[in-house]
Design a binder for this molecule. Structure first.
Ligand code: B12
Ligand code: SF4
Ligand code: SF4
Length: 309
């Protein structure tokens, strides 16, 4: 490998990321990730709904140096979970990300393996891996590192992978040559804004979680308020703003066995999902998926609301 030490470090990290199964990887120099204050504007308008954790550690989200003192680079990583197969279907639709094994542990392990290689190669280095496990603006870093641009749906869109990706970051004290950010390729398209069943986008690039189905059916605990939110058949998550996005027509498919949908989650059985007597069966069905955290009570609440029980 030729070039400066920063060039060599960047090339090495790119090669390792690909080896570890990250189809998208990019490097950003440490700088404020949200200089225009989108996060604070979002919080000021109450668009975080009941996600109180988003209003905490705002300064950390705005400055990775607070998480890793002396940080010089952020490696942004993306892994596709897209596979062929039928779209979620009524009566109870499960979003694609929620049909398979929970991604957090699996991706965190891979990111940490990448971190360990970095530490072994550059002794004395600090690294921190995140997969929605620390106050980090993962989409903003994916955009800065040239992995994706942030679309009008607020999804990070990779030209090769589309939007069905999980993001991760690795913050490190190693200096590396950064990649170029990508231009916004949404153009005049407004499909996601038009298709959102609950009109959850007050403006392009801004999502109001108070209206987003995923907020209500995955994050909200306890009974629904009156009148209850319209779930439009989605018992867990919602994929509409991704289903309509033209960048998802040709995205790279996942090769990860762990992202194979669990059969019970592809066509959820209303008897298991909605009947309180089937609590234990529902708990077993959710085991190991991202919905284990949401829990059987909330998932049954969603199913009953959809089925009018
Ligand atoms: C809170 C949260 C949610 C909330 C709020 C979503 C939101 N859009 O803010 C809810 C529960 C609704 C949610 C839903 C989903 N989520 Co979520 N979520 C998060 C979390 C924890 C934080 C996101 C955040 O910081 N929001 C605050 C807003 C202000 O930040 P932002 O979305 O990054 O927005 C940036 C831009 O939009 C931009 N911006 C804002 N305003 C404006 C205005 C203009 C004009 C411009 C140009 C830019 C701009 O600046 C912001 C900051 O840089 C991240 C994990 C993480 N730690 O980052 C996962 C994460 C974003 N979610 C993820 C996923 C997969 C989903 C769902 C697809 C799940 C599903 N199928 O149901 C949906 C998608 C809904 C959607 N369209 O966003 C993935 C996204 C992967 C990707 N390719 O983008 C993440 C990164 C988790 C992960 N590690 O993979 N999520
Ligand atoms: S996930 Fe569904 S409800 Fe939320 S913004 Fe996208 S289309 Fe709208
Ligand atoms: S549907 Fe269109 S506007 Fe929305 S994110 Fe995809 S390309 Fe951008």
């Amino acid at each position: 490998m030729s070039g400066s030490p920063e060039d060599r470090a960047a090339a090495q990290v790119h090669a390792w990321a690909a080896e570890l199964g990250f189809q998208g990887a990019g490097i950003a120099r440490v700088a404020p990730p949200d200089p225009d204050g989108h996060l604070r504007a979002w919080l000021d308008r109450g668009y975080n709904a009941g996600l109180s954790y988003m209003a905490k550690k705002v300064a950390d989200r705005e400055d990775v140096d607070r998480l890793v003192p002396g940080a010089k680079s952020v490696v942004a990583l993306a892994m596709s979970y897209r596979r062929e197969g039928p779209e979620p279907e009524p009566p109870l639709k499960v979003s694609r990300y929620a049909m398979a094994d929970d991604y957090h542990n699996m991706i965190l392990k891979r990111s940490r393996r990448l971190g360990n290689r970095i530490k072994a190669t550059w002794p004395g280095t600090t690294v921190k891996a995140t997969v929605d496990t620390a106050p980090v603006l993962e989409r903003a870093w994916a955009a800065r590192a040239g992995v994706a641009w942030i679309g009008k749906s607020t999804m990070a869109i990779s030209p090769r992978l589309g939007t069905y990706t999980f993001l991760s970051t690795l913050i490190t004290t190693v200096a590396m040559t950064p990649d170029e950010p990508l231009p916004d390729r949404c153009g005049s398209c407004t499909r996601c804004l038009d298709a959102c069943p609950t009109q959850a986008f007050p403006a392009p690039y801004v999502l109001d979680a108070n209206k987003c189905i995923t907020y209500w059916n995955v994050e909200h605990r306890g009974p629904f308020p009156e009148p209850p939110p319209e779930l439009h058949g989605w018992v867990a998550g919602c994929d509409v703003c991704q289903q309509v996005c033209p960048w998802n027509k040709f995205g790279v498919l996942t090769e990860e066995r762990r992202f194979t949908p669990h059969p019970d989650m592809v066509r959820p059985d209303p008897a298991v999902f909605a009947d309180p007597a089937a609590h234990d069966a529902l708990e077993r069905t959710l085991l190991g998926t991202p919905l284990q955290r949401t829990g059987p009570d909330a998932v049954r609440r969603n199913a009953r609301s959809i089925l009018g029980r």
